[in-house]
Ligand binder design. Structure first.
Ligand code: AMP
Length: 292
């Protein structure tokens, strides 16, 4: 039986969780699922709130997936705040949390690749900078979807390439789940909420909203008719302040993730960026044209 800490059910065993969900589904209940790596903040909770509003049973998983870290020290440094996370989930009214072990997620080892045609979506931006990252993401999300057999999967627009790849995986593997993409939650000064923000120095934290300001500027530039290449170049220049190092600032087609050259040829255009703030790598994006 799961541990019952007040009103939140905590599962550590995938089989027990699957049995629980099977029973709930047999009663006709709709299942919403939000996968996370913990260190939960309001961005995560916005996904969970949406799940709570749209489903009968909401599940949040907390699993720091080792296979999506291409730099081993990042995995070690990843913040872990499990007690606080459980308390936060309980306060939000999330009824079920799944906290599996690596052995449970990868019973036969993690040294395998999911057979899926991602149509090259994993090759640009984060895929280029973080080799193997999306293979790990696909691996873990596929396994979690199999365990939870949820009706709705909640992911954030914050990780634009990630949700686009998962959408493609769901389509290619014909998985019976609907992906719900939730807007980026930001701090008041515009910085996208992220578990990594806690690792910023005070001075870097103060400067970090420049990312949001430049994304907003890029949107204005596009509406003024400036060329995408020029916008990328200018934005990179603006982000190049002391201690900050922009890695890329791409204007991409929101569906294919290909770089945009001619604005008129694309209904959905997104600016995606990765910026080093000291030793912390921040990613962010903004829809410049069209809607998801
Ligand atoms: P993570 O724990 O970083 O793997 O994130 C879990 C989920 O929360 C992912 O689908 C993220 O896109 C989403 N997420 C993270 N930060 C935000 C945010 N600021 N606003 C909305 N969703 C977010």
């Amino acid at each position: 039986m799961p541990n019952n800490e007040d009103e939140i059910l905590i599962f550590e065993d995938s089989e027990k969780l699957s049995e629980f969900i099977y029973r709930e589904k047999n009663k006709g209940k709709k299942i919403g699922f939000t996968p996370t790596m913990g260190a939960l903040h309001d961005g995560h909770f916005s996904l969970i709130r949406r799940s709570l509003a749209e489903n009968d049973v909401s599940i949040c998983s907390i699993f720091v997936n080792p296979t999506q870290f291409n730099v081993p020290s990042d995995l070690v440094k990843y913040p872990r705040t499990i007690e606080k996370d459980i308390k936060g989930l309980r306060d939000e009214g999330c009824p079920v949390v799944f906290i599996p072990s690596s052995e449970d997620i990868y019973p036969n080892g993690s040294d395998y690749k999911v057979e899926v045609d991602l149509k090259g979506l994993d090759e640009m931006m984060e895929g280029k900078k973080r080799p193997g990252h999306f293979e790990g993401v696909v691996q873990v999300v596929k396994r979690l979807l199999e365990i939870t057999s949820c009706d709705h999967l909640y992911m954030g627009q914050k990780d634009y390439q990630q949700f686009t790849i998962i959408k493609e995986m769901i389509k290619d593997l014909e998985m019976p789940v609907k992906l719900v993409v939730c807007p980026i939650l930001r701090d008041e000064d515009g910085l996208a909420k992220s578990s990594r923000n806690t690792r910023l120095t005070e001075s870097h934290r103060r400067k970090a909203p420049i990312i949001f300001r430049v994304l907003t500027q890029a949107k204005d530039w596009l509406s003024e008719g400036r060329a995408p290449v020029e916008i990328s170049m200018k934005a990179t220049e603006y982000l190049n302040i002391q201690d900050f190092k922009p890695e890329y600032f791409d204007l991409i087609d929101g569906h294919t993730l290909e770089k945009v050259r001619n604005t008129d040829h694309h209904a959905l255009i997104v600016a995606c960026t990765a910026v080093w703030a000291g030793t912390v790598r921040l990613i962010d994006n903004m829809i410049l044209k069209g809607e998801l």
